[in-house]
Design a protein around this ligand. Structure first.
Ligand code: ADP
Length: 216
C-alpha cells in the first residue's frame, strides 16, 4: 500500500505516519527527518533551507526520494510524510512509481485550524538523540526536558521558533497547498479532521483505508 500523508506543518503528519507504519508494517519516509539527519551528519548545505523554513530544491528532494523508493523495505509499500510538497515533486513521484509499476493508493489530507497548528508547533519538543517527539500540552515527557525513550535532553526544533513557523505556514499556502487540487483531480485525496487526539485521528484513517484500498 502506497500512502501520502499530506497537510500543513504541525498538523500531525509525523505522529500519524508512525502509528500507520507500525500497523501496516511499511516504512515511514519523512523527508524532513532525512534532511535533519543529513544536517546532523555534517551536510551544512541544507541548513539554509531547513532551519529557515524554506523548501529544499526539488532536484535535491527528488534524488533522496528516488533512493529511498529503491530500498528493499519499500517493496510492500510506504508512507510518505512531507513529500511531495510541490507539483514538480508530485510529477516526479508519479513517473518514478510508474517505472516501478506502482502508484499512490491514497492521499490523506490532514486538516486542523491554524490556531491549533500554531499552538502544537510551539509546544513540540524533540529528543536530540533518538528523535522521539513530545508535546508540552498533550504528549508530555514523564520527566521535564528528558526523553522517555532514551533519557537524552529534549529541545525545540530550530524551525519551530515562532517566526519560522509563520514562514513555514506561508510556504505551505503558497507552494504546497496546490497539491490538494492536483490529487483531488486524480480522485485519491480524502480530507481527515486532525484536530482530534492522535488515536482518534488514527482510527478514522484506518477506516478510510479499509474503505478505499483493496490491498491494504
Ligand atoms: P513540517 O511538515 O512540520 O514543516 P518537516 O519535518 O516535514 O516539517 O520538514 C522540515 C523542513 O524540511 C521543511 O521546512 C523543508 O525545509 C524541508 N523539507 C522536507 N520535505 C521537503 C520537501 N518535500 N520539499 C522541500 N523541502 C522539504
Amino acid at each position: 500500500m502506497q500512502l501520502i500523508i499530506f497537510g500543513s506543518p504541525g498538523v500531525g503528519k509525523g505522529t500519524l505516519s508512525d502509528m500507520l507504519a507500525e500497523k501496516y508494517k511499511i516504512p515511514h519516509i519523512s523527508t524532513g527527518d532525512i534532511f535533519r539527519n543529513e544536517i546532523k551528519s555534517g551536510n551544512s548545505e541544507l541548513i539554509q533551507y531547513v532551519e529557515k523554513g524554506l523548501l529544499v530544491p526539488d532536484m535535491v528532494v527528488n534524488k533522496v526520494v528516488e533512493k529511498a523508493l529503491k530500498q528493499e523495505n519499500c517493496r510492500n509499500g510506504f508512507i510518505f510524510d512531507g513529500y511531495p510538497r510541490t507539483i514538480d515533486q508530485a510529477e516526479f513521484l508519479e513517473n518514478t512509481l510508474w517505472k516501478l509499476r506502482k502508484s499512490i493508493d491514497l492521499v490523506l489530507n490532514l486538516v486542523a485550524p491554524e490556531e491549533t497548528i500554531i499552538k502544537r508547533l510551539g509546544a513540540r519538543r524533540n529528543c536530540s538523540k533518538c528523535g522521539a517527539v513530545f508535546n508540552l500540552a498533550t504528549i508530555k515527557p514523564k520527566k521535564n526536558g528528558i526523553c522517555d525513550n532514551c533519557g537524552s535532553a529534549l529541545a525545540q526544533r530550530k524551525d519551530d521558533e515562532p517566526e519560522t513557523v509563520r514562514k513555514r505556514i506561508l510556504v505551505y499556502r503558497r507552494e504546497t497547498s496546490a497539491l490538494i487540487g492536483y490529487y483531488k483531480n486524480k480522485k485519491i485525496l480524502v480530507d481527515i479532521n486532525s484536530s482530534k487526539k492522535p488515536k482518534e485521528v488514527f482510527d478514522a484513517v484506518v477506516k478510510v483505508i479499509k474503505a478505499n484500498v483493496k490491498k491494504e
